[in-house]
Design a protein around this ligand. Structure first.
Ligand code: ADP
Length: 385
């Protein structure tokens, strides 16, 4: 057996980057992983060259990804993270020409992401022709949102014609983390109602009833909802009209403003939470307000989802900020004792690397920190197909 036997190569292609990880889907053991950045700006002209470089890097470590590819001795599958599955995809899907064409077609809904995802798939199919390629969609977990949660109150015919609805993103993480949380509590997922807070550079919240998503904070695009590193999250849609009509900003300028120059970055000049914390300690007022706006929005969603669910068994924090920033966890849930929500300061300390309860054992709501692992979730989905 070769060293790569039974592994899954997980690829996450961004517009100018390629994240990769080769891992064993059962154990989660990572053989090797990394990221190729600034594709197109450097000596790596495109995703094909990037993937070639990745293959060479593996070969340099004595791992030949093409060796026995598709046979029991070689890698078992390639799992591709695909951002938008639109109305077409609601579960991990074996990729053929038709599926690839559909992922491309959905680029109108995710212009920054789906074209890069499609390119990654195309190149991987070419370089590893014998290996099954599986697309795992960021939207899939939210495909079955109840209509009341998925529907925008706009002209219904226009919405139907153009597939305008709330899709939700980070679904792989929300699903994985909610399952891990239920397992940690020793209960079947079907019996646990929980709020999942995925707080990374991008951030989203979801309400999960018995393992199924019933609401989520991101919408047609990953711009809706929580305050994020560089994204505004919720604003009055009238603001967008005002920026165009009264300030004469173009659609591209507004896109750039709301996606890249807003959120913590827009308010405090910093999108990294550690740097934000340092600014607050220095007495920076803008950083303090940015933090307060972030927490205010987060608490608003927690409140909404508590009502959505009619009370929660668990509230689960994950991703870079959720796993590391104890202060955020404490502030997000401060003063909610009457709802059965308590954070124990002695348990809520810093960085968490395995599922952990930060509420007292006897508190009615279990407050948990559960590290996410999207690569492992994708690898398992790909291997299971
Ligand atoms: P993404 O995958 O969305 O790029 P991550 O889940 O890796 O993001 O989260 C990145 C965020 O996590 C950044 O804002 C970073 O500052 C924050 N973060 C990482 N480590 C810490 C830490 N020790 N304390 C506070 N925030 C942290």
């Amino acid at each position: 057996m070769s060293a790569v036997a039974g592994t899954v190569l997980v690829l996450n292609s961004g517009s100018s980057s390629l994240k990769y990880q080769l891992l064993h889907p059962e154990t989660g053991e990572v053989v090797h992983g990394g990221i190729v950045e600034r594709i197109g700006e450097t000596e790596v002209p495109d995703h094909k060259a990037a993937l070639r470089q990745v293959f060479e890097e593996f070969a340099g470590r004595g791992l030949d990804l093409t060796d026995g590819a598709g046979s029991p001795a070689g890698i078992a599958a390639v799992g591709h993270r695909v951002v938008h599955g639109g109305r077409s995809f609601h579960s991990p899907t074996l990729i053929d020409d038709h599926v690839l064409a559909e992922i491309r077609r959905l680029s109108s809904l995710a212009p920054l992401h789906n074209p890069a995802n499609a390119q990654g798939i195309e190149v991987a199919r070419e370089l590893l022709p014998g290996v099954k390629q599986v697309a795992v969609f960021d939207t899939a977990f939210f495909f079955d949102l109840p209509p009341a949660a998925a529907t925008y109150a706009i002209d219904r015919e226009l919405a139907a014609e153009h597939a305008l609805r709330r899709y939700g993103f980070h679904g792989t993480s929300h699903e994985y983390v909610s399952q891990q949380a239920a397992a940690f509590l020793g209960r079947p997922t079907s019996e646990v109602d929980q709020i999942v807070l995925h707080l990374g550079n991008g951030a989203s919240a979801s309400a999960v009833r018995g393992g199924r998503a019933v609401d989520t904070s991101m919408g047609l695009t990953p711009l809706e909802g929580l305050v994020m590193g560089t994204r505004s999250g919720d604003v009055d849609p009238g603001l967008v009209l005002h920026l165009g009509r009264s300030l004469g900003m173009s659609i591209d300028q507004i896109d750039d403003l709301l996606n890249r120059r807003s959120g913590l970055k827009g308010l405090a000049g910093e999108n990294d939470f550690r740097a934000l914390g340092a600014l607050i300690e220095q007495g920076d007022e803008h950083a303090k307000l940015a933090y307060d706006v972030y927490i205010h929005r987060l608490r608003r969603y927690i409140g909404a989802y508590l009502v959505d669910l009619g009370g929660a068994d668990a509230i689960t924090f994950t991703a870079g900020v959720g796993e590391n920033a104890a202060q955020v966890r404490a502030d997000a849930l401060a003063g909610l004792e009457r709802f059965g929500i308590v954070v124990d300061p002695a348990r809520n300390t810093g960085r968490v690397t395995e599922p952990t309860r930060i509420s007292p054992d006897e508190a009615p709501v279990a407050v948990l920190v559960v590290p996410t692992n999207e690569e492992l979730a994708i690898a398992r989905e790909a291997a299971a197909l």
